[in-house]
Write a protein that binds this ligand. Sequence first.
Ligand SMILES: *Cc1c(COP(=O)(O)O)cnc(C)c1O
Length: 387
Amino acid sequence: MQPRDLSDHIAYEAGRGIEEVARELGRDPSEFVKLASNENPHGPSPAAVVALREAASSVSSYPKAAHADLTAAIADRWSVTDDQVWLANGGDGALDYLHRATIEPDDTILVPDPGFAYYGMSARFHHGDVREYALEREDDFEQTADAVLECYDGDRIVFLTSPHNPSGSTIPLADVEQIAEETDEETLVVVDEAYGEFADRDSAVALLEGRDGFDAREDVAVVRTFSKAYGLAGVRLGYAVVPDEWADAYTRVNTPFAASELACRAGLAAIDDDGHVSRTVETTENSRAYMREHVDAHVWESEGNFVLVDVEDASSVAEAMQARGVIVRDCTSFGLPGCIRITCGTDDETERAVETLNEVLADLNLDANEDGDGATDTDVDAEVTDT
Ligand SMILES: *Cc1c(COP(=O)(O)O)cnc(C)c1O
């Protein structure tokens, strides 16, 4: 017996963890800082930690009340009805639900390149196909309606990521509206706002609800997560906000008890902890500005909790930084072999990342010059892993 043909399915490459890297290099985990997965440098909301402890003794029951309460709290936050909030196992789970609700075999989705790998993976699980529109590095990964519409060919879903991972660029709501307007009636525009809290921008929820001068639409959905600004990546909690017109599809597509008791209790506590989110956003803004100012390489402007850096040779730089205790994301798997992505850390972590990166860049430059004088590539590798 074999699984079905999965040759089109690309395995997800997560950012590497401290334990994993320390074990591999035979070093102590405390020597490392991880700025590879856009996690919250302040950890979870303290209120969520208390809630998790308190909830521990009640995990023998299915999460019914907690699920309903969190749905209501999120609906309240966005001024939408409870039905419009599709709780899920992470933002990724919300993407699955949107596919379950829309994709027929051989339907296509249109995704950004570079972009978040899970859009395509999830569509393929649901027997859909994937098409891409390019975000051009030369244009600083600018997102416009025209660039997306030029590639559009009747796709069932168009994915927009704002702020975009891994570049940090955003798309104006007027462009989202134009895309929704100019695509077929049966095309859903999904705006992935996993990093929405870090951007000084209005949410695309305004488009579903007809606020801020927009006409209400039934062809736009928004994805949000508790993983980033709320610091709850480990509990797996996210949701979609969908138009009222088809919101009841949730009960037909969701996995029973879509979010765990622990996730719901943590989410309920975190959503009321505005202080934690604003502190996180402030740290992020400082870190972004510091990296743009002090890194000795091009750093793209970002509205996420990370920056993309042009280092020319991402795998060498990421490996050398890791050897010096700073784990960053090599963007080769995003199709950007010249770029690394660095998560915004605390002030200390950010300074350490910048200092380490600048040292590595200087060393590699030096090696490159020595190379011309006869040093071999093996020398370069040895130098990198020894430091
Ligand atoms: C992190 C992320 C998500 C959601 O992650 P979850 O941990 O599953 O909530 C969704 N989209 C993008 C672009 C992301 O970077």
